[in-house]
Ligand binder design. Structure first.
Ligand code: FES
Length: 152
């Protein structure tokens, strides 16, 4: 049994809550969550990133670095420890010869970092330095299984 004051208190809470409930059910647009996939767009490029025990189709937008594409698409095999400062080589990627040639010459400062990456080869690039373009449509990009974080 409720006392008068607790009944009044309960009635008051119901009265105050009613407008809140009606506001919640209103057709207010819900902002998209940060994890929601972006709708496809014309500037989107689809590639495959693969390595030991995994293969994932990923997509990125023109101008994004491949490191960003990997991070957005949950390719955790690419670390990117220096976040694009070109001093760790943990974003090392290997391309097929045809795609590599289309990407153009490797700048000297990038090549210096690649040269210190384990398993570096003639078609190695740094994921933080290669930007998405149509050249990469359907490219198959290998993520080496071993890397050394040169920042440690
Ligand atoms: S993220 Fe460190 S060199 Fe690319």
């Amino acid at each position: 049994m409720h006392s008068l004051s607790s009944r009044s208190s309960l009635a008051l809470r119901r009265t105050l809550r009613a407008p809140l409930l009606s506001r919640r059910t209103a057709s207010t647009p819900v902002p998209p969550s940060a994890a929601a996939p972006l709708p496809p767009s014309e500037d989107e490029v689809t590639m495959v990133m693969y390595g030991d025990g995994f293969s994932r189709t990923v997509s990125g937008r023109h101008g994004e670095t491949l490191l960003n594409v990997a991070q957005i698409n949950d390719v955790h095999q690419i670390e990117g420890a220096c976040e694009g400062c070109m001093c760790c080589s943990t974003c090392h990627l290997i391309f097929d010869k045809e795609t590599f040639d289309k990407l153009g010459p490797v700048p000297d400062d990038e090549q210096d970092v690649i040269d210190r990456a384990p398993g570096a080869c003639d078609t190695s690039r740094l994921g933080c330095q290669v930007r998405v373009s149509k050249i990469l449509q359907d490219a198959k990009i290998r993520v080496p299984s071993e890397f050394v974080n040169q920042m440690i």
